[in-house]
Ligand binder design. Structure first.
Ligand SMILES: [Zn+2]
Length: 232
């Protein structure tokens, strides 16, 4: 049974911040029930003025795992009585709990094999995708390499391979040039878990999510991942 406090704006907003975080930790704990290595779940608050930028801190038998949980912007709307209750419920922390737990589950039990020539690990960053990392050193073949391979299961046959590459590519934007001299852009992509935020250099406002242009003034925006610096 999900905690109804995490679904109902009226119940949630009446709780103290301490109680809210305790209930979120309980909910994450319940979602991760049976997952290996889990020792303790705590919910970290964001900085001053962004207290509800919450992060799950998972203490495991070998160290800490973190993932973003909820955003201050969402929390503010969730408790805003001027917003229609149905719209508020779409931002419920219960949904954020499920998504965060899913991300953590994928990262909690990643098998690896260690052989004389190298190490290989495999995980599933999203449904239908198998990701392998291999670190390999072969004196015999005089080869040292770290490679990442994303195997896409059941990819549509008419899928454009350029779109496929853009989906998985991580790094700065590149201008690609084909053998015929045709150029195309591989857009920049950073791989950090977290909410996207659109920053407007023109009017200095920001908006949650990846917008094409500034919702306030229409100018071009920078879309960034809102990641917090790591804490010990
Ligand atoms: Zn603007």
């Amino acid at each position: 049974m999900p905690d109804s406090h995490l679904l109902d704006p009226d119940l949630w907003c009446a709780l103290s911040f301490l109680d809210q975080r305790a209930r979120l930790a309980d909910a994450i704990r319940a979602e991760l029930e049976g997952s290996p290595g889990v020792q303790e779940v705590t919910i970290e608050a964001g900085g001053r003025g962004g207290e509800y930028d919450l992060t799950v801190l998972l203490q495991t038998d070998v160290g800490k795992l973190r993932t973003p949980l909820w955003s201050h912007a969402r929390a503010t709307i969730f408790c805003d009585p001027s917003v229609h209750p149905a719209n508020r419920r779409q931002l419920a922390p219960a949904l954020a709990v499920r998504e965060a737990a899913d991300r953590l589950r994928r990262r909690l039990d990643v098998p690896y094999t260690l052989e004389s020539r190298g190490l290989t690990l495999q995980l599933s960053p999203e449904d239908g995708v198998e990701r392998s990392w291999t670190a390999e050193r072969s004196l015999f073949r005089n080869r040292t390499a770290v490679t990442r391979e994303d195997r896409v299961l059941d990819a549509a046959p008419d899928l454009d391979v350029r779109d496929l590459l853009a989906h998985f590519y991580v790094g700065p934007s590149l201008r690609l040039v084909g053998p015929d001299g045709q150029a195309l852009l591989l857009p920049e992509s950073i791989e950090v878990e977290g909410p996207t935020v659109s920053l407007c250099p023109s009017c200095s406002r920001w908006a949650e999510g990846a917008h094409e242009s500034c919702p306030s003034c229409g100018a071009a925006v920078d879309v960034v991942i809102a990641a917090r610096p790591p804490r010990r």
